[in-house]
Design a protein around this ligand. Structure first.
Ligand code: AMP
Length: 276
């Protein structure tokens, strides 16, 4: 595995490659990231992983400065996952002039977009830069961040970006908590409460299967997510992947939750296909 910081160097080694699988991340890697890399390894000749904690997707009061980092461990995991090139750019490399940014037109007025204004503009900006640098054949994203994934698919369609976007399933701890770099922020007591998020989503799935109206299911989910010392950021349902309102013809529903613990905001979701 080669580690690179410069765009020119990376472009040079990638020139002429027939299939490039790309996994963009913010590092502090875990099995969720590893599953994306594994899929990329299976599908492509070359696997590129990027690690960049992108400042433009963090709000002023968010965790940019304390976002967890562990370069040595990340390199070991990347090597074990069969990564060929690890792209580790600095802010100056990624934002040389910062004259241009990508703006989301629709789909960021709900869920995380509503509570984190500008977040998805930052995400699409950095993803667009990374796609232009790596020019991947396929790029792999987790359904853990389902809204992000839908917006990236929308961006790729709207800008005719020649890349295939691959949706990858959510990887969880044995107790059901979705793996996340931010789980390290949780106190012991919070870590015990956190699997309740997945339990609430599973109950929601059962209720939907039983024909319970969506609004009732959302109310029940909100009620069951009231853990001590936490606040619910949102429990919402939108059509997927349009991110518009659910209506009687909506086939796939994204039921998404965000819970604010003392020092970590955790998200999780359920993709529910009606009549499946
Ligand atoms: P991050 O480093 O948090 O920006 O995540 C990088 C990529 O890994 C994104 O496409 C995430 O959706 C994906 N990812 C993060 N956690 C998980 C997980 N538990 N299961 C599957 N994919 C994940």
């Amino acid at each position: 595995m080669k580690i690179m910081q410069s765009v020119e160097q990376l472009r040079e080694v990638l020139a002429g490659q027939t299939s490039i699988g790309f996994v963009p991340t913010m590092g502090f890697l875990h099995e969720g990231h590893a599953s994306l890399l594994k899929q990329a390894r299976q599908d492509n000749d070359i696997v590129v992983l990027s690690i960049f904690v992108n400042p433009t997707q963090f709000g002023p009061n968010e965790d940019l400065d304390r976002y967890p980092r562990d370069e040595q461990r990340d390199q070991r995991l990347a090597q074990a996952a069969g990564v060929d090139y690890l792209f580790y750019p600095t802010n100056d490399v990624m934002y040389p002039l910062d004259m241009a940014r990508v703006t989301v037109r629709s789909g960021d007025d709900v869920l995380c977009g509503a509570s984190r204004p500008g977040h998805f503009d930052g995400v699409l900006t950095v993803v667009s830069k990374l796609f232009n640098i790596v020019q991947p054949t396929r790029a792999y994203f987790g359904l853990k961040d389902a809204q992000q994934l839908a917006l990236i698919e929308g961006y790729v369609a709207d800008y005719f970006v020649p890349v295939e976007i691959k949706r990858c399933p959510i990887i969880r701890e044995v107790d059901g908590l979705a793996k996340s770099s931010r789980n390290v922020y949780l106190s012991e007591a919070e870590r015990e409460q956190a699997p309740g998020i997945q339990q609430a989503l599973q109950e929601a799935k059962q209720a939907l299967d039983a024909g319970t109206p969506l609004e009732t299911v959302l109310a029940q989910t909100r009620a069951s997510l009231h853990f001590e010392g936490t606040t619910i950021d949102y429990v919402e349902a939108v059509a997927y992947p349009t991110l518009g309102p659910v209506n009687p013809t909506t086939k796939t529903i994204l039921l998404a939750v965000a819970v604010q613990f003392k020092s970590a905001r955790l998200i999780d979701n359920l993709l529910y296909t009606r009549g499946a």
